[in-house]
Ligand binder design. Structure first.
Ligand code: C5P
Length: 227
C-alpha cells in the first residue's frame, strides 16, 4: 500500500493548465487553513534548471531522473503576492525558475516517465497531518488520487495569456500577448497530449472555470468545498 493511501491527512488538489490561477488560490487557501503548500510545477522547473546547470541534455531521460532524485531544494514561506522563495543547492533561484523559458523547459521534461517517477515520493512527502494544498497537473489523478478535496481550475487561453501579460508588464518585461497565447497553447497541447500523467480533471474533481471570476470569487468557491 502506498504511503499516500494510508494517511488520513486532508489534501486539497488543484490541477489545471498554466495561468488558470492555481498558484494564487493554492497560496491563499493554504494560508487561510494553515495547511502546507506543494507547488509541484516548481519541482519540474527546478529539475530542468538543475539539469541545464549540469550540462545534462533535456532529452536524456536517465540523467534527468538522476537530477530529479538528487535535487537539493528549499521552499521558504513568503507573503501573499510574493513568490515563495526557492533555493537550489542553497542558491536563490526564485526569479530564474519563474521565467517563460523555465516553464517551457519544465514542460519538455515533464512527459518523461523517469522524471515523474523520481519526483513522485518527494511530492507525497509534502503531506502533513494538518493538511496540504497541492498545485499541479496530476495532483488529483496520480500523486494524491485519494485526496478528499479536488479542484480542476481552468480559464480560456486568451484570458490566461492576458493575465500573464499583465503580470509580466508589472515586472517591466516587454512581451506580446500574441506570443504568450501561442506559448500557452503549445504548453497546453504538450501537457494534455502526453502519455504519462496528462493534464486532465480527475473524475471526482470540481471543475471551476475562472475566466469570468475574480480571485476572491474563486477562493470563496474553493473554501466552500472544504467547509
Ligand atoms: O505549474 P507550472 O507552470 O510551474 O508547471 C510547469 C510545467 O511543469 C507544466 O507546464 C507541466 O508540463 C509540468 N508539470 C507537470 N506536473 C505537475 C506540475 C507541473 O507535468 N504536477
Amino acid at each position: 500500500m502506498s504511503k499516500v493511501s494510508m494517511t488520513q491527512s486532508p489534501v486539497l488538489t488543484i490541477d489545471g493548465p498554466s495561468g488558470a490561477g492555481k498558484g494564487s488560490i493554492a497560496q491563499l487557501v493554504a494560508k487561510a487553513l494553515g495547511w502546507s503548500l506543494l507547488d509541484s510545477g516548481a519541482l519540474y522547473r527546478l529539475t530542468a534548471l538543475s539539469a541545464k546547470r549540469q550540462n545534462v541534455s533535456l532529452d536524456d531521460e536517465q540523467a534527468l531522473a538522476k537530477v530529479a532524485e538528487g535535487l537539493v531544494v528549499e521552499f521558504l514561506p513568503s507573503e501573499f503576492g510574493e513568490p515563495v522563495k526557492v533555493l537550489l543547492n542553497g542558491d536563490d533561484v526564485t526569479n530564474e525558475i519563474r521565467t517563460e523559458v523555465a516553464g517551457n523547459d519544465a514542460s519538455k521534461i515533464a512527459p518523461l516517465a523517469g522524471v515523474r517517477k523520481a519526483l513522485l515520493q518527494r511530492q507525497r512527502d509534502f503531506s502533513t497531518e494538518t493538511g496540504l494544498v497541492a498545485d499541479g497537473r496530476d495532483m488529483g489523478t496520480v500523486v494524491f488520487p485519494q485526496a478528499e478535496y479536488k479542484v480542476f481550475m481552468t480559464a480560456s487561453a486568451e484570458e490566461r495569456a492576458e493575465r500573464r501579460y499583465n503580470q509580466l508588464k508589472t515586472k517591466g518585461e516587454d512581451v506580446s500577448i500574441a506570443a504568450l497565447l501561442k506559448e500557452i497553447e503549445e504548453r497546453d497541447a504538450r501537457d494534455m497530449g502526453r502519455k504519462n500523467a496528462p493534464l486532465k480533471a480527475a473524475s471526482d474533481a470540481e471543475v471551476i472555470d475562472t475566466t469570468r471570476f475574480s480571485i476572491e470569487e474563486v477562493l470563496a468557491q474553493v473554501m466552500s468545498l472544504i467547509h
